[in-house]
Ligand binder design. Structure first.
Ligand code: NCD
Length: 306
């Protein structure tokens, strides 16, 4: 594998390989010096055209723990503000010789384009509504860590599926590993071609809550909506929110997950986020070791392996 643009680039074996490597890097992260020399002499550049806290920091920490050098690029203080195109920016950064480019952009397909323009390995860190493969990998790793495996597990993905690249990557990854996924969302927040997705659709959270193993909440993505798809946030929470009452009806060991950032009190009640079965901080922690695994696979493992 040369690039990680979609979960489909990995397949089931690739996802399992990432999880195995992440187990190893978890052990590394617990050492007093949580660092290995695997990427010494390599450079990882981050190219973020959209806001990010955890994804960007997580890639940077992962690269440093593997002893790589890190080049950070953020649009807010770069020549993009002077009108430089993505292609020229990629050419400029590529001329400095990075080994990997981690790309986030508001338009679907930009990381694929970048892969055609650079000799570096490209990692998709979120492109428009399309994909966010490393988020899905860290979520698989978190479920596997808590519940043993994904096979046969019932996972509810709740909320704004339409605008969510996380949902698209998670559906691919969770179903590849044998989980049964149900999307629960207002009809206006389901994607147009959802009939072709390998999922069930539910229009009532209450109907699926009691026998699922995971509720995966999505942020209501106001910045990606051009039309009024919701009556009001209060009505949204009343019908589709994971409230304290609803969370109390979940199985005791069922997980509450969310990729962050959370609109507290909209998609999930604050009290529910503080319960021990809410995995948000674990997801962030696992993000580092999973991204170490991805960087290792792309930059160190045998380049001729599929
Ligand atoms: C997500 C993203 O940016 O796609 N966040 C993340 O990477 N953890 C989800 C979101 O923006 O809601």
């Amino acid at each position: 594998m040369r690039h990680l643009l979609s979960i489909s680039d990995l397949g089931v074996e690739g996802i399992e390989e990432v999880c195995r490597l992440a187990d190893h890097f978890t052990e590394v992260s617990q050492r007093s010096i949580p660092k290995v020399p695997a990427l010494r002499g390599k450079t990882v550049a981050t190219l973020f055209y959209e806001d990010s806290t955890r994804t960007r920091l997580s890639f940077e920490v992962a690269a440093r723990r593997l002893s790589a050098d890190v080049m950070g690029f953020s649009v807010s203080n770069s020549s993009v503000n002077k009108g430089e195109s993505v292609r020229d920016t990629v050419n400029t950064i590529s001329a400095m010789g990075p080994d990997a480019l981690v790309v986030r952009h508001r338009s679907a397909g930009v990381p694929h384009q970048v892969a055609a323009w650079t000799g570096a390995a490209v990692i998709n860190a979120g492109d428009g509504w399309h994909e966010h493969p490393t988020q899905a990998l860290l979520d698989c790793y978190t479920i596997r860590d808590r519940l043993g495996s994904l096979a046969g597990r019932r996972i509810v993905i709740l909320g704004d599926v339409k605008h969510s690249r996380v949902a698209r990557s998670c559906v691919r990854a969770f179903t590849a590993l044998g989980a049964k996924v149900t999307l629960v969302a207002p009809p206006t927040l389901l994607p147009p071609a959802v009939d072709s997705w390998p999922v069930d659709i539910g229009f009532s959270l209450d109907a699926v809550l009691t026998d699922c193993d995971v509720v995966y909440g999505l942020r209501v993505q106001n910045e990606r909506q051009s039309e009024a798809l919701l009556p009001s946030l209060r009505e949204y929470t009343a019908q589709w929110g994971l409230t304290v009452d609803r969370a109390a009806r979940m199985k005791p060991d069922a997980l509450v997950m969310h990729p962050g950032p959370v609109n507290r009190g909209v998609e999930i009640a604050p009290e529910v986020l503080d319960r021990p079965n809410a995995t948000l901080n674990e997801q962030v922690r696992h993000g580092v070791v999973v991204r170490m695994a991805v960087l290792y696979l792309l930059l160190v493992a045998d380049p001729n392996s599929p």
